[in-house]
Design a protein around this ligand. Structure first.
Ligand code: ADP
Ligand code: GLC
Length: 485
């Protein structure tokens, strides 16, 4: 398993949760799995049990062979984690960029990482059946195996699975970086990794991997459309027979209100009393009036266009006119941050804004809020709505991607459903659904029912890990049958 980020070591979003949890679940069903990530500064300086293996690999780069050291740790459940240590590339404040934007050498940083993974397999003499790559940062690995390493007997039985977590980030770089990749110009074509004159790393995964997956069934269809394919819908459609949508699970070791060490009081579906204490703590933390009967709506999110902040901001005055409180936790887009902060100043008793990245607070919000808002423009899977379900915090979502797949609209008539969802990408649609949720919140019996429905949903990794195992087997078969033909 290769990922640019993984919990508990380095995280910017949901990919880290997946890369930290899926290997554990795979291990439980008998897969011999190891994870590889870069050794960022947060890992160097973090309190992790990591040791230097003494192994040095030599990575072919444009200027010749460059060295990297291999460190090793573990994620609970006995999954080995290998860290590629190359301080020149990874010993920086952030994973991908600073305030001013992406690091200018990201192409080189992740080319190095991808090639290092290949060299690491050799150094460890680990003839893996599958290399499972995640997102653009690792997407050139399938391209390398199908070109530069094609004749290398070491990899003759190695297949690749490429998972798209977010097509909105493709790793686009100018063509002058081609020499850094070490790949031949013959694949710099529309059928290869060229995209409107640029190099598109994501295409490396989409074109050259044996199997492609993405993180929900709905998103696997959406990325074949012009609206959400971001220009890659054609390439993806061509490979639709090799494309699978597998919904993410969540790690109930980390996200479970009955044993969450971050929250004020534990609670469970059988005894939900503790949730009220968590709510009071959250109101205090955000300096909001500590009141019981008022619905508390939350968002925890990267502040990016993808997440629907424009809808929320446009609806804000109308939301604030209602009898409710809102809390936000997020970092990202400067402009949205400033608007949100200004809203916080305007409505100090009703809206709490924290511009920060704070995992512990994210847990407190999941536990303390009544309603969780995710009005995403698109959402490949989304994890926060799944955490919310477990914490009895009712999701109000836009019906897109994984949100559409996991949230069923509550019907007071049948008593079925685990949340609220709206279809149109508009502030009006958002407001209508928030009003419906807030209306039902006042009907104690029905609200209890929704909470029970939500908390009894099971999105553990067990099921999805088995789905991954199936696609690994398909990938292996593909490579072996080619070898025999
Ligand atoms: P995405 O990966 O698109 O950001 P997901 O819903 O899959 O969306 O995952 C987001 C993950 O990042 C969740 O675990 C969420 O709790 C976490 N997260 C996002 N923003 C913050 C923040 N400001 N502080 C703490 N955790 C955050
Ligand atoms: C991406 C997506 C998110 C998904 C996560 C993990 O960051 O935006 O929807 O849950 O990856 O797969």
């Amino acid at each position: 398993m290769v990922s640019p980020e993984a919990v508990p070591f380095a995280k910017t979003g949901g990919l880290a949760d997946v890369a930290g949890a899926l290997p554990k679940a795979l291990k439980r069903i008998g897969v011999d799995v190891g994870l590889v990530i870069p050794m960022y500064r947060v890992v160097n300086e973090g309190e992790f049990n990591i040791r230097d293996t003494g192994i040095t690999i030599k990575v072919p780069m444009s200027g010749g062979l460059k060295k990297a050291n291999i460190f090793k740790g573990e994620i609970e459940g006995n999954v080995p984690v290998y860290f590629i240590k190359k301080d020149r590339y990874y010993d920086r404040d952030n994973l991908y960029g600073a305030e001013r934007g992406d690091y200018p050498d990201n192409a080189e940083r992740f080319i190095f990482f991808s090639r290092a993974v290949i060299e690491l397999c050799k150094a460890l003499n680990f003839k893996t059946d599958v290399i499972h790559c995640n997102d653009w940062q690792t997407a050139l690995i399938p391209a390398y195996l199908k070109t530069l390493y094609r004749e290398d007997p070491f990899f003759s039985e190695t297949s690749t699975v490429f998972t798209v977590h977010n097509l909105g980030y493709q790793g686009l770089f100018w063509h002058f970086d081609m020499h850094l990749t070490g790949l031949g110009w013959e694949i710099f074509t529309p059928d290869g990794i060229e995209f409107h004159g640029k190099i598109n790393f994501m295409k490396g995964g989409l074109v050259f991997s044996d199997i492609i997956t993405t993180v929900s069934k709905a998103y696997s269809k959406e990325i074949q459309t012009e609206e959400l394919g971001y220009g890659l819908e054609g390439v993806i459609s061509q490979r639709k027979d090799d494309l699978y949508g597998i919904i993410n699970g969540i790690d109930y070791d980390e996200w479970d209100p009955s044993k969450d060490r971050h929250i004020a009081a534990a609670y469970s579906p059988d005894d939900i009393k503790g949730k009220a204490l968590c709510k009071a703590e959250l109101q205090r933390l955000y300096s909001l009036p500590v009141k019981k009967g008022i619905p508390l709506i939350a968002m925890v999110s990267r502040i990016a266009d993808q997440k629907g902040f424009d809808l929320v901001i446009n609806a804000m005055d109308k939301l604030m006119a209602m009898d409710l409180q809102m809390v936000f936790l997020g970092t990202g887009d400067r402009e949205y941050q400033e608007i949100l902060q200004e809203i916080g100043r305007r409505y100090p008793k009703k809206a709490g804004i924290k511009i920060a990245y704070d995992t512990s607070l994210a847990h407190k919000i999941e536990a303390g809020a009544d309603i969780f808002l995710m009005p995403s423009r698109y959402e490949p899977c989304g994890l926060n709505q799944l955490y919310s379900l477990k914490y009895g915090t009712i999701p109000v979502v836009r019906a897109t991607g994984g949100l559409d797949d996991t949230i069923k609209n509550f019907s007071p008539k049948t008593g079925k459903g685990n949340g609220f969802k709206f279809k149109a990408y508009s502030s009006e649609a958002l407001l209508t659904e928030v009003k419906r949720a807030v209306g039902l919140y006042k009907e104690k019996g029905l609200w209890k029912r929704i909470i029970q429905n939500a908390m009894s949903c099971d999105f553990s990794w067990e099921h999805s890990a088995k789905e991954y195992l199936k696609v690994y087997k398909k990938a292996i078969l593909k490579v072996r049958s080619k070898g025999n033909s």
